[in-house]
Design a protein around this ligand. Structure first.
Ligand code: AGP
Length: 604
């Protein structure tokens, strides 16, 4: 999730921009930069890595030291790589000839625009989608000599999600802005005439009082003492706590990240889920040549995403697919064959066991893909290709949005491979694409559902353990639900294939055994129903999660009726995440940083 800041005023603009970027560090990034305009003088500073690297550059080789009292304006950015590696060239702000732009989001049609602008003589230096914005602006300005018109024409051409700040020598006293998809706030400074911009509240708190959280489609121009909006806007009062702001008002980062899933999954699909096809620019065209097997390797929650994907790969691509826990795979002296496509899944890209497994596959001559959330992490540097989740930083140790975006990436990959292999026809593909487009709605947290999970959680604070049961892809979902509960409540829980209960575990069935049963309407409902009835007959305490009412459970969480089991999958995922979090809250645990755990296990 990139971060944007901007300032117009008479203070030390460089320092204000850098301090603002520091307040956005919690969003995660891999490079940063600022650009300033003072009269006709444009300055830019960029650095890979932490903000302090940027600050050193500004302090060491600034063209001229900032002087308080001098009017200036500037924009700044922290980048979380989505298109192009984390390098200085790819860091924002991006320069045309006399203008700079910073951007948060994804320009879906950047390839077409880049080709058009290159043919018109514009030179590109980065691999990013963002760079097309500033060249498009200058392309129009060079024709019209009208900056306002040129900015309007530019934003009219963009497709995707984007929040933009643009400064230009052609209008040196103003900052152009646009909000569409990614967040952008504008605040009036405490000193007259100052204007601040930021992707979230944190950089604004203490510097301003009144703020506008721009709605989609609002653009405008800011200059000292003047703010023009393209439409009516609503002014609000800024919150007073920065930590509260970093969590966007939620109690925990985990809670924020559960609620964010419906939004980040849109970024995950953007540029890949087309109107009637799936595209993966990141994958080499002949990735499947000579491939007869897919092997997925991961740990923890990422392993559960891989296990989910194995059902989808075999169903949609008709390619044999196996899944390995990395810490086991490393030491089992695995048989590796070059007709196997090796896929590692990792939120951090640094998990030691998964990284070593990837190196083993690489050394064995296997083609490899890393499905990862952090560009430039170790796994992305080893794998032949990387598909980024674009989930933004995940701060909660208990993984949530990484799991949902991993599952969406792998589902899209299965469809992409299925089309290449000809194992799915166009009608099937179109049906699946339509279903994928409905995923954000399935991940949306309804207040009534959250309240139901919160109320129910009081009944599940003891007992001698939990079984989470499901069939097919709901079995790895059951594993994930059990892991979430274990991680943050410290209660014992197991995920189990529902059909396996009668092969031993049902011996534990009694009123003190809590069973969380995943009962989707569109996948083996009758089978799972009879498994749950077996448990109910032995007086196990059951909480059923289903779009269909079920009388034999002690508790019941009704999910929305949908037309595809994968939509039910994401509906139930949110329930499991909220249920675990609310139990943890009642037990007084540290939801974001549970005991004994680290966000990334970089040791064996
Ligand atoms: C999940 O909630 C846990 N934090 C843990 O199982 C995690 O998924 C596992 O350590 C793998 O991490 P990775 O995805 O960064 O490789």
């Amino acid at each position: 999730m990139c971060g944007i800041v901007g300032y117009i005023g008479k203070k030390n603009t460089k320092q204000i921009l850098i301090d603002g970027l520091k307040e956005l560090e919690y969003r995660g990034y891999d490079s940063a930069g600022i650009a300033l305009l003072e009269g006709e003088k444009l300055e830019v500073y960029k650095a890979v890595g932490k903000i302090k690297n940027l600050e050193e550059k500004v302090l060491c080789n600034q063209i001229c030291p900032a002087k308080d009292g001098t009017f200036s304006l500037g924009i700044g950015h922290t980048r979380w790589a989505t298109h192009g590696k984390p390098t200085e060239l790819n860091a924002h702000p991006h320069l045309g000839v006399y203008s700079y732009v910073v951007h948060n989001g994804i320009i879906e049609n950047y390839k077409e625009l880049k080709e058009e602008l290159t043919n018109a003589g514009h030179n590109f230096v980065s691999q990013t989608d963002t760079e097309v914005i500033v060249h498009l602006f200058e392309y129009y300005f060079n024709q019209s000599n009208d900056a306002k018109l040129s900015f309007h024409q530019t934003i009219e051409r963009l497709e995707g999600a984007y929040s933009i700040l643009l400064i230009t020598k052609s209008m040196p006293d103003s900052i152009f802005f646009m909000k569409h998809g990614s967040p952008l706030a504008i605040a009036k400074g405490n000193d007259d005439g100052e204007i601040y911009f930021a992707s979230s509240d944190a950089p604004l708190i203490g510097l301003a009082h009144d703020v506008v959280y721009l709605e989609d489609g609002i653009s405008g121009i800011a200059s000292i003492d003047n703010l023009e909006f393209s439409d009516e806007v609503k002014w609000s009062i800024l919150p007073s706590s920065k930590l509260f702001a970093q969590k966007d008002g939620f109690r925990f980062f985990m809670e924020k990240e559960i609620y964010e899933q419906k939004d980040v999954v849109v970024d995950t699909m953007m540029g890949r889920l087309k109107d009637n096809a799936i595209e993966f620019d990141e994958l080499p065209p002949h990735i499947l040549d000579g491939i007869n097997e897919i092997k997925i390797c991961a740990c923890g929650t990422s392993f559960h995403a891989g296990l989910t994907a194995s059902y989808l790969f075999e169903r949609l691509t008709k390619i044999r697919c196996s899944v390995e826990i990395a810490s086991e795979f490393r030491y089992k002296e695995p048989l590796l064959s070059k007709d196997t496509l090796f896929i590692v899944i990792s939120q951090s890209g640094e998990t030691a066991d998964t990284l070593e497994a990837l190196k083993m596959a690489k050394n064995g001559g296997l083609k490899s893909i890393a499905v990862c959330n952090v560009d430039n992490s170790s796994m992305t540097r080893v794998a032949d290709a990387t598909v980024l989740l674009r989930a933004g930083i995940e701060k909660g140790v208990a993984s949530t949005k990484a799991f949902s975006t991993q599952t969406v990436v792998l589902w899209m990959m299965a469809l992409y491979f299925g089309k290449i292999k000809g194992s799915i026809d166009n009608k099937k593909l179109q049906d699946e694409l339509k279903t994928l487009k409905a995923v954000p709605n399935s991940l949306k947290v309804e207040n009534s559902l959250h309240e139901k999970c919160r109320r129910l959680s009081k009944r599940y604070l003891h007992g001698h353990g939990f079984f989470f049961i499901g069939r097919d892809v709901f079995y790895p979902l059951a594993l994930e639900g059990a892991l979430k509960l274990k991680e943050i409540s410290y209660l014992h829980a197991e995920g189990y294939p529902a059909g396996e209960m009668k092969h031993g575990p049902i011996a534990l069935a009694d009123p003190e055994l809590f069973t969380i049963a995943l009962m989707p309407q569109h996948l083996h409902y009758d089978k799972i129903k009879s498994n749950v009835e077996e448990l109910s007959a032995r007086d196990s305490t059951i909480c059923a999660i289903s779009p269909l009412p079920f009388e034999l459970s002690d508790d019941f969480i009704l999910t929305k009726e949908t037309n595809h089991y994968m939509l039910e999958f994401f509906e139930m995922l949110v329930v499991l995440q909220l249920f675990s979090m609310e139990i943890s809250v009642r037990l007084g645990n540290d939801v974001d940083m549970p005991r004994n755990l680290a966000k990334s296990v970089t040791v064996e």
